[in-house]
Design a protein around this ligand. Sequence first.
Ligand code: ZN
Ligand code: CU
Length: 481
Amino acid sequence: MSSDLLIRNGTVIDGTGALPFRADLAVSGHRITALGDLGSVAADCEIEASGRIVAPGFIDVHTHDDHALLNRSMTPKVSQGVTTVVAGNCGVSLAPLVFDGEPPAPLGLLGEGAYRFATFGAYVEALEKRPAAVNAALLVGHSTLRVATMSDIGRPASDGEIAAMGRLLSEALASGAVGFSTGLFYPAARAAPMAEVVALLEILAGTGAVYATHMRDEADGVEESLAESFETARRAGVPLIISHHKCMGRRNFGRSSRTLELIDRARREQPVGLDVYPYTAGSTELLPELIGLASRVIVTWSRPHPELAGRDLADIATLWGVDEAGAAARLKPAGAIYFMMDEADVQRIIAYPHTMIGSDGLAHDEHPHPRLWGTFPRVLGHYVRELGLLSIEDAVHRMTGLAAAQFRLADRGVLRPGAFADIVIFDAAVIADRATFEVPKQPAAGIDLVVVNGEIVCRDGQQTSARPGQVLRGRAARQDA
Ligand code: ZN
Ligand code: CU
């Protein structure tokens, strides 16, 4: 017996949540062929992994990488052990939309001049023609559909507009989308009532596609927004994922005890999942409604003032002799980091057994939130090793097997013969995030090897030239449907 790649003597954490065990792992072509004592197997490439963890590559379930994937290298993700990204979150997907100029918030998150694909199929085709280093599972964004079909996004969609959005959504599902996302908090979708979202979600029912939502309110109205999200998904009969769960603003600190209780209760009636990023600061476009909730605001990019990326909004206001609202108005369009969550809430949400990990990283920001480069190593280094908040096999499960199950990604997220060879090898004693709020573009420590579909994409911190990523199609677009 011979294989292409053999990883010897590693401590395997297989992604199912099972305890670590000692094993060799063989890969042929795109898939894992054997796992166990493989002493007699020969291979073209052998990796010695004693003292190291061998795990499924991480699945970043909450990203805005739609546009970044077209640049292919995906270094911020590959360098932290991510092998699959779920893009199209928060109501924003790159397709289907052709748009010139400055789009309404938060569509600017995908970078300048991003919207160039009139159909979802054309975007998928572009990604498959020139693949990225990582796999991509794609959501269709509600706000993207609104901007594509409505003359005025400041009101609920008419029946005709819902039908037009529905046609685009059906095309996207047929082209491979794995779900639909909303960002009801944002100007582009705030005017959409529950009925508009339910009408669109009904197209997903029975396809296995999921509904991911950046809720209408993650601050004072977080409980009401959870209730709205549960009801919306229940009415349409689709699985729900609460995006980047958090309780924003000092007066809401501690409320995650209650929100997790509500999620627990809803889970008895319907499928509900959630994700989180391991930081007390959020990041999105620079929006007046968030400035007031934050104890500190850092500017991440500004179209008229690119030189001020990385500076505190308060300092810029002082410099200009105006208040923060005035400074923000002059900086826009712009992005920001907002310190507005409670560490105890972040820890409680990470520790909740059904929580997945999603970076929410913003690849086009001049001075990005450190979550872009640091999310997964931060959970494994800071929260697992340093704080002991959860076990390593549990953390890996939330980053891999659980994520694949929730997004219905077939043969991903677990190490077993027959599964795709998406693999990360790391040192549990060393793994750590090095990206900080001051110096955010820093690769993590402790990642030895990253394999995507059987090909090595990163070795000892050096990215290779391999770009083996696949578009992971939803069931509606698969032959095995
Ligand atoms: Zn969001
Ligand atoms: Cu997001």
